[in-house]
Design a protein around this ligand. Structure first.
Ligand SMILES: O=C(O)[C@H](O)[C@@H](O)[C@H](O)[C@H](O)COP(=O)(O)O
Length: 241
């Protein structure tokens, strides 16, 4: 990893705007654009920016939306990554319903992991048995997890599946997640990470020190694709000193 892979903005809003503009510019270049979204709280500011500033963009017609992971709860549940995205973005921009491919949180997790994996291989190009996303957007948890690949299940980085069932280490909440190989097969992976709470982990990952080898985010290295980190100054305060 090198410093030029980091796009650093002054705060979370500026980071969301910089990445939002990049995302829409990349989508404009393709006939179809297959993108996996992250969940949690960080993307909310991105979705608000896109809804406000790209409401009538032509790109929505050709963007296909997936998730890097989902909490296995109904789509109406406050924990649902799909619900968060629908509320903040899809209810405000003209994405065709058929372009939204949610993980069915209300279904049996093991069955859904298989179904979703099969859907992905039908929807996009497949190389060495892996669906190739145009872009996978990831967050990073305070423990160095990404998507729903947590430190205690770090073996999912080498899974032979397209999607796996995962378990949140504290809450025990069941998740479905893209596997490590699928993430690393993407044409581009972008981490969207802001706030001083993530700084220590980014520092350890970048400098390969401390507990970096136990952080799943350390091992996101696209095989042939591009990797960028869209961060704010607080998230990298001590990293490049
Ligand atoms: O379903 C999820 O929770 C996410 O996909 C998860 O991987 C998230 O990106 C990180 O936990 C960071 O979450 P925050 O953005 O809330 O810090």
């Amino acid at each position: 990893m090198t410093k030029d892979q980091f796009i650093i903005s002054k705060d979370a809003q500026a980071t969301a705007e910089a990445f939002g503009d990049y995302l829409m510019a990349e989508a404009a270049k393709k006939e179809q654009f297959h993108v996996a979204l992250s969940g949690g709280s960080t993307p909310k500011i991105l979705f608000d920016y896109l809804a406000e500033n790209y409401a009538d963009a032509a790109q929505w017609q050709k963007m296909h939306f997936y998730w890097g992971d989902e909490r296995m709860v109904p789509p109406t549940d406050g924990d649902s990554n799909y619900k968060m995205t629908k509320d903040r973005l899809f209810d405000k921009v003209p994405v065709p319903a058929e372009n939204i491919h949610r993980i069915l949180g209300e279904e049996d997790p093991a069955d859904e992991a298989v179904r979703y994996g099969s859907l992905l291989t039908q929807q996009m190009n497949v190389v060495n048995g892996l669906p190739v996303f145009d872009m996978v957007i990831l967050g990073m948890g305070g423990d160095g997890h990404t998507a729903s690949i947590f430190p205690h299940e770090i073996e999912l980085l080498q899974s032979s599946n397209v999607c796996d069932v995962a378990t949140h280490p504290e809450s025990g909440q069941i998740r479905v997640t893209l596997s490590g190989p699928v993430i690393n097969a993407a044409s581009e992976v972008v981490f969207l990470v802001t706030g001083s709470g993530k700084q220590e982990k980014i520092d350890e990952i970048y400098h390969q020190k401390g507990g970096w080898e136990s952080y799943p985010a350390s091992f996101i290295k696209p095989t042939d694709g591009k990797l960028q980190w869209y961060v704010d100054e607080a998230a990298v305060a001590e990293v490049f000193k």
